[in-house]
Design a binder for this molecule. Structure first.
Ligand code: ATP
Ligand code: MG
Length: 412
């Protein structure tokens, strides 16, 4: 893509209300734009990263045979009355009425709708298990929307639901999702800790949260460096230095960002909403459910928080909006211009995602923008272009090398 045509409105100053580094950078790098409190437009560069995260999620969920569907954001109150959550959910639920004064809400989560889908088609153990997921916009009227995409009132989530005939089968899915989440987050550049949590709003048997350790996180996590122990401080009650309940080593406490959350729902929704199946012995039983949420827009935010300095982002490879950034020092120089386009066309021909800074701007401006938007590999076309030489920078290692244009592909 040519940078002159890509809409990347970079800013010198972050908006005043941006408190944390990732929010500042995402505004300055032209990734997101605020529309109202907790509501954002994803600008082209930011949306590219969202799409990369979504691709990773789809690839990983395909491996465990989960099928994708898409449910409506607009949901009738009838379904929520069946589950009992129309009354219980409280002011976080965005409610509205249609022209006939019928009540609706904008889905903060989709247990009601998924149960309505499955109960109407599945009536036998032979059709179980099922794992269904969607990638969709969620609405929650959060009391304190903040930190940009971290806590939005409209945000993108992947939510999955499993339906099993037995508790053992739910265990199997729960473990598969847990492992898959670790893999997804790793590919997004995030190391996560699994933290056992209470079940809160949704209710059920067991729950785990996936936490990215970060000082801007809203949860306090007690964890152990010597073993896998980690818990939400709210539940563990431990403080820094207490002995680890598993291995006895001193406990540490740090803040964490919750990027994912998995629950064993059990039969809570299948009982209240009458999702039953006939088992092999002929008896009628409620389906046993699991649900698995992953905050896509929050994952983007967490990744920027982890992979950046005050002056710019450095994208993890798999979610970077482009792989290579070509920056000609002076586009008015004929050699530089020709070589830049030659390399650009070559790399594009090989299917590599490359951004060419074809703007007639001063080199300083272009480098500043390049540092800000954070593409990991950079090709600088400068004074050696007459001899067909360019500088290749690996921004992860900061290793710079002068190489011949014919060696670029090998070098990559
Ligand atoms: P939190 O404790 O942060 O409010 P939650 O327990 O309400 O999260 P879930 O209902 O389990 O979250 O939603 C699944 C995932 O969706 C969360 O792990 C998080 O990554 C993401 N998420 C939840 N609320 C928001 C929000 N307001 N903005 C952005 N992402 C969110
Ligand atoms: Mg919440």
């Amino acid at each position: 893509m040519k940078q002159s045509l890509l809409f990347v409105p970079t800013l010198k100053e972050a908006p005043k209300d941006a408190e944390v580094k990732s929010h500042k950078l995402m505004s300055r790098a032209g990734l997101i734009k605020q529309v109202a409190a907790g509501i954002y437009t994803y600008l082209p560069l930011g949306y590219k990263v969202i799409q990369n995260i979504e691709r990773i999620i789809r690839e990983e969920l395909e491996k465990i045979d989960a099928s994708e569907l898409l449910m409506p954001a607009l949901q009738p109150s009838d379904l929520w009355k069946e589950s009992g959550r129309w009354e219980k959910y409280g002011p976080e639920l965005m409610r509205l009425q249609d022209r006939k004064n019928r009540d609706f809400c904008l889905g903060p989560t989709h247990e009601e709708v998924i149960v309505q889908v499955v109960r109407d088609y599945v009536n036998s153990y032979k059709k179980l298990p099922l794992a269904l997921y969607q990638i969709q916009t969620k609405f929650r009227d959060e009391m304190r929307p903040r930190f940009g995409l971290m806590r939005g009132r409209e945000f993108i989530m992947k939510d999955a639901y499993t339906f099993s005939a037995t508790a053992e089968d739910l265990d199997v899915w729960y473990k598969k999702f847990s492992k898959t989440y670790i893999d997804i987050f790793k590919r997004c550049g995030l190391d996560t800790k699994i933290v056992n949590s209470d079940v809160g709003q949704i209710g059920g048997d067991e729950a785990d949260e996936f936490m990215v350790m970060s000082e801007v996180g809203e949860d306090s996590i007690t964890y152990c460096d010597m073993c896998d122990y980690a818990a939400n401080q709210e539940h563990s009650g431990l403080v820094e230095g207490d002995p680890c309940p598993v291995c006895g080593a001193p406990i540490k406490v740090a803040k964490g960002i919750e990027v994912g959350n998995i629950f064993k729902l059990g039969t809570k929704y299948s009982e209240s909403m009458n999702a039953k199946f006939i088992d092999s012995d002929g008896s009628s039983k409620p389906m046993i459910m699991g649900c698995y949420g992953l905050g896509i827009s929050r994952t983007l935010m967490a990744s920027v928080e982890q992979h950046s300095t005050e002056s710019g982002i450095l994208w993890p490879k798999e979610i970077s909006p482009f792989q290579i950034h070509i920056v000609p020092v002076n586009l008015k120089d004929e050699f530089q211009r020709e070589l830049s386009y030659e390399i650009y066309n070559n790399l594009r021909g090989k299917g590599i995602e490359v951004l060419l800074d074809d703007r007639y701007e001063r080199a300083g401006v272009k480098f500043k923008d390049a540092d800000l938007i954070g593409i990991p590999y950079r090709i600088i076309v400068g004074k050696d272009s007459g001899e067909g030489k360019i500088e290749f920078i690996n921004r992860y290692t900061d290793i710079k090398k002068l190489i011949n244009k014919t060696d670029i592909l090998d070098y990559i």
